[in-house]
Design a protein around this ligand. Structure first.
Ligand SMILES: *[C@@H]1O[C@H](CO)[C@@H](O)[C@H](O)[C@H]1NC(C)=O
Length: 237
């Protein structure tokens, strides 16, 4: 009996050591204010999560590397390479809703993010020709992302097999170096024009770029769910 107890204690200690990081305080499944509880957990642990958790195989989300992003519009060809996005760490949770019985949840959050990349661009925006090959920076103010996701439990772990996303933003501001091969006057005019018409330009750039950001986030959440048993994330007592 003593030996058995010893074994159980050892086992419990081992499981705790290899699982939920101490900066994440789980909510009880029966909490009458479960939504608010999880919202607080995400707010409190989110910044640390975005730094990555190497012992659980979770990669950083700030910075997050998107690699190559293509905008393939008949009027505007634009390719970003070595794309890096920063700022997710400072995200703010607006609302969180979870229905554990149905396996559905919605996370609504806002962050100020900056995308940096090498760019090659050729085409036109409205009637203005635009061409360049250099470094670019896009600052997005109050990028609001809403992710509605399904989660299923398999072998004691959650997994997100599908999700839907929506996003909007207050503003985007661009900086492009070496527009028109460095022609200063033309570059200045174009730079101003892009910033005044940021909505038109972002309507091309945002779908491929922001979809990728969201996918990277979901990928890391899935890794997290794969590492931590569902019963520890949402204990039923
Ligand atoms: C983003 O920046 C703006 C202006 O600098 C600020 O008002 C806003 O609160 C920031 N948003 C977040 C989510 O930090």
């Amino acid at each position: 009996m003593k030996v058995y107890l010893c074994f159980v204690l050892l086992y419990v200690t081992y499981v705790n050591a290899g699982s939920l990081p101490s900066f994440i305080k789980p909510c009880s499944r029966s909490d009458p204010q479960l939504n608010q509880c999880v919202e607080k957990v995400i707010s409190a642990a989110g910044a640390k999560f975005t730094e990555g958790i190497p012992e659980l195989g979770i990669a950083p989300l700030d910075p997050v590397e998107l690699g190559t992003v293509f905008v393939d519009n008949p009027a505007l060809k634009l390719t970003f390479t070595d794309t890096v996005v920063t700022g997710l760490k400072g995200f703010r949770v607006n609302t969180y809703k979870i229905n554990p019985d149905k396996g559905k949840a919605t996370l609504d959050f806002t962050a100020n993010v900056t995308l940096k990349a090498h760019y090659v661009m050729d085409g036109q925006v409205l009637i203005l020709p635009i061409k360049g090959d250099g470094e670019s920076r896009i600052k997005i103010t109050n990028l609001n992302i809403v992710v509605k996701y399904d989660f299923v439990e398999r072998d004691g772990h959650w997994n997100v097999p599908s999700y839907k996303d929506h996003y909007k933003m207050d503003r985007a501001q661009f900086k492009f170096t070496n527009l028109f091969g460095g022609n200063k006057e033309l570059a200045q005019t174009t730079q101003r024009f892009t910033n005044e018409n940021w909505e038109i330009i972002m309507s091309e750039i945002a779908p491929p770029a922001i979809k990728q950001i969201i996918k990277k986030c979901v990928d890391q959440v899935n890794k997290f769910f794969g590492a931590i048993p569902a019963a520890e994330l949402l204990p039923s007592n």
